[in-house]
Design a protein around this ligand. Structure first.
Ligand SMILES: NC(=O)c1ccc[n+]([C@@H]2O[C@H](COP(=O)([O-])OP(=O)(O)OC[C@H]3O[C@@H](n4cnc5c(N)ncnc54)[C@H](O)[C@@H]3O)[C@@H](O)[C@H]2O)c1
Length: 356
């Protein structure tokens, strides 16, 4: 990769797809999960803040910054459930990694695909620590853009071999079955959430609706299951009936953010939750008994995106899967930014020749 500080490696959607296909989807999610786990194990080092959200009636646009003191990263991400009906993505994203020492960016990348990879990696990583051992079947409720990534991450990291699929739109389920056909996963089309959870040791909810929905009712959740609740990630946007939360041991990323955005917004502000990073360091126990219901109340935290950015930055080395972006103004004399304009004018470069 380039050493020129003013030129920033940029990973377009096209190049991200090439990188993913070059490395393989499951390898990439497994390795991103390793990067996330390594970063969660050094959790106290990071700057942490709930993401900065700008809400509208139809969606949300969020900025997610963090730093480990050596590198700084942020992601721009939106969530617009109504987009899908208009032929647009519900979630799109891009992100940046910078060197804290100089403040210069060192990577700019698409993160729509990368978010799907990191969200699935995070879900499976949490389940690795919380789900009952030996589970082979997962219910997957909500079969949209994230769904196949979730299924494949659970296959690679948790050993799932069967996915029971349900979506209110049968076309979404059919798409999932088609896309998962050559992966070795057995897919079962289900006609209701009740059918989907039959015999499933892990239940993933990954629906998009800008309201307090009830995707899972209390009677659908038996003893001993692990719930991976991905779709409830905004104020007023949840997926689980409150009674399920009251029966579950709840694990979260960053409590100040999850209390605003997660399923636990339905509970009192001091309802006990466990921070996942402490389970990963071994400071506290994850699952303690076979009949316990564990719930990962996933909302997506900045450190996961930082880990994914760090991973892509490392994996780009030695590849051609990036463009060089002329992004940082770089005058020969750092104080002579204006002189750089004048020299460009004198050299007759493009529109600058008439602009000054
Ligand atoms: N926690 C995180 O880190 C994280 C990361 C990315 C996305 N998300 C969230 O995950 C959700 C899914 O994202 P996506 O990109 O797959 O969205 P998507 O719009 O592509 O898919 C959502 C699917 O949910 C289905 N659905 C809606 N209501 C349903 C219901 N009541 N029962 C069953 N299915 C239902 C829709 O038909 C659609 O197929 C969104 O809410 C998004 O905000 C969370």
């Amino acid at each position: 990769m380039t050493k020129k500080l003013n030129v920033v490696p940029f990973v377009s959607v096209d190049n991200m797809m090439k990188l993913v296909l070059h490395l393989g989807v499951t390898r990439m999610m497994t390795e991103i999960a390793d990067y996330i786990e390594a970063d969660f194990k050094r959790w106290p080092l990071f700057d942490k803040t709930p993401r900065v959200a700008s809400h509208s009636d139809v969606g949300v646009i969020e900025l997610m910054p963090t730093s480990d003191g050596e590198m700084y990263g942020f992601k721009y991400v939106n969530g617009h459930p109504k987009n899908m009906k208009e032929g647009l993505q519900t979630v799109t994203a891009f992100g940046l990694l910078a060197d804290v020492n100089t403040g210069y960016p060192i990577l700019l990348t698409e993160m729509t695909i990368l978010t799907a990879l990191r969200t699935a990696a995070m879900s499976a990583l949490a389940a690795k620590h919380l789900a009952p051992k030996g589970v082979k079947t997962m219910a997957m409720i909500g079969n949209g853009a994230q769904a196949e990534f979730q299924a494949l991450a659970f296959q690679a990291i948790c050993g799932i071999d069967t996915v029971r699929l349900y979506d209110i739109d049968p076309a979404a389920t059919e798409k999932c079955v088609r896309n998962l056909a050559a992966t070795g996963l057995r897919t079962v089309i289900c006609r209701s959430p009740e059918e989907a959870v039959e015999g499933a040791g892990i239940i993933t909810t990954c629906t998009a609706d800008k309201q307090n929905a009830t995707i899972l009712t209390d009677n659908l959740v038996g003893a001993g299951v692990h719930i991976n609740a991905v779709g409830g990630d905004c104020p007023g946007k949840t997926e689980l009936h409150r009674d399920i939360l009251l029966r579950s041991s709840i694990f979260v990323e960053y409590p100040p953010q999850t209390r605003i955005e997660g399923e636990i917004q339905q509970l009192e502000a001091d309802h006990p939750v466990t921070e996942l990073w402490q389970v990963m360091t071994g400071a506290v126990q994850g699952r303690t008994d076979a009949r316990q219901i564990t719930l990962f109340d996933s909302v997506g935290f900045a450190i996961e995106d930082f880990s994914a950015l760090r991973y892509v930055h490392d994996r780009l080395k030695g590849t051609r899967f990036f463009d060089e972006l002329d992004m940082i103004a770089d005058p020969d004399d750092p104080r002579d930014l204006f002189g750089m304009l004048l020299r460009a004018k004198a050299a007759g470069q493009g529109p600058l020749a008439t602009a000054c």
